[in-house]
Design a binder for this molecule. Structure first.
Ligand SMILES: *Cc1c(COP(=O)(O)O)cnc(C)c1O
Length: 355
């Protein structure tokens, strides 16, 4: 079991006012977690220290060849002042899948979860309480060898930082408009699309800018080979409800296996809603739209839990989904998951972990 040293800050910051919107990823707490890796000692020197700048050589490998990974999860404060994490071992397992693919040394699942818990506990007063708010947790690993040759680094830093975040939808669940990208691609099977790493994001920025300029909030990716099969949205997985059945693209190797995606599939099982993971072409979606069976479209991810999609733009075609309103399934899923996360609904699944 990991042994974590705690060094508390002598100069705590003023907590942000919860009356102002907490803009995503702009404010950081008093502390951070750091652990180092080298081949002799493995992962070592686990510590919680004051949040501060880190010092790296300009030649550090992460700056040149992108050997880095990240995760994203949240801590929530319940009505009775407990702090809950949602399925953190899923993030730890996914982190190791990413690590394996990117030649980064793995971290035992228990150690990853313990590091998250210890840091959140240290900064517990930073977990906001206002409705819809939470403490965003960003674990990441960077390659630190000072070397310009191409090979996996021998040394790494595993860091966790925390950021209080506001309600994703301050005005309630609002459907988003999505642009279907048919020029650029994000990932192909055999590449790194199923890992959580910066490289996938830099590959997506050009399209993101294009979609924004056209008035759309996110991009829906098609597969890199045929430009025909649905993959996922920006930082969310995608679901369709067609004629009573919930469908989502199968994990083909180029799609990120989202924790929220898995949670939808588990809840469908529990609720007896027919659901399946399969290959879905954009033509099938258009056909369902044309014959009136496309009932709901929604994205899933930790940041928003669920993002109802009100419009899909595919070339010159505009698909308005459910009159641009939130569907019943989307609403029920959102209410159930946020209810479990906040301790307002009994967690029959064992998904929450108390800090
Ligand atoms: C993180 C992420 C998701 C959503 O995963 P969750 O575990 O549900 O937050 C989906 N797609 C991509 C590309 C991601 O990076």
């Amino acid at each position: 079991m990991i042994n974590i040293r705690i060094e508390k800050t002598a100069t705590p910051k003023t907590l942000p006012s919860q009356d102002n919107p907490l803009n995503f990823g702009t404010i950081f707490t008093d502390h951070m977690f750091i652990m180092n890796y080298d081949p002799q000692n493995g992962w070592n020197d686990a510590r919680v220290v004051p949040y501060e700048k880190i010092c790296l050589e300009p030649s550090s490998m992460v700056f040149h060849y992108g050997q880095e990974m990240f995760e994203g999860l949240k801590a929530y404060k319940t009505g009775d002042e407990r702090i809950l994490l949602f399925r953190p071992e899923k993030n730890a397992q996914r982190a190791n899948n990413t690590n394996k693919r990117l030649c980064i040394p793995e971290i035992p699942v228990e150690d990853f979860v313990e590091a998250v818990k210890t840091l959140v506990k240290t900064d517990e007063k930073w977990v906001p309480t206002k409705e819809g708010t939470s403490l965003y947790i960003r674990p990441f690993i960077i390659a630190t060898d000072p070397f310009l040759g191409v090979r996996p680094s021998d040394t790494y830093m595993f860091i966790i930082i925390l950021s209080p975040v506001g309600a994703y939808y301050p005005e309630g669940l609002n459907p988003v408009r999505i642009w279907i990208e048919d020029e650029y691609v994000r990932a192909v099977k055999g590449g790194i699309g199923e890992t959580k790493t910066g490289g996938n994001y830099v590959a997506s920025m050009k399209s993101q800018v294009k979609a924004h300029d056209a008035g759309y909030s996110q991009v829906l990716w098609l597969d890199g080979v045929h430009r025909k099969y649905i993959e996922e949205v920006g930082a969310m997985n995608i679901f369709f409800k067609i004629n009573g059945e919930v469908v989502t693209p199968a994990l083909s190797g180029s799609i990120l296996p989202g924790v929220t995606r898995d949670t939808v599939l588990e809840l469908c099982k529990a609720w007896g809603v027919p659901a399946s993971e399969k290959r879905i072409s954009i033509d099938e979606i258009y056909e369902a739209y044309e014959n009136g069976t496309l009932e709901e479209v929604f994205g899933t991810g930790t940041a928003a839990v669920i993002s109802p999609v009100g419009e899909l733009k595919w070339g010159d075609k505009t698909l308005i989904v459910n009159d641009g309103k939130i569907g019943d399934f989307s609403r029920k899923f959102y209410d159930t998951v946020t209810g479990i996360q906040l301790g307002n609904i009994k967690d029959e699944f064992g998904w929450t972990v108390e800090v």
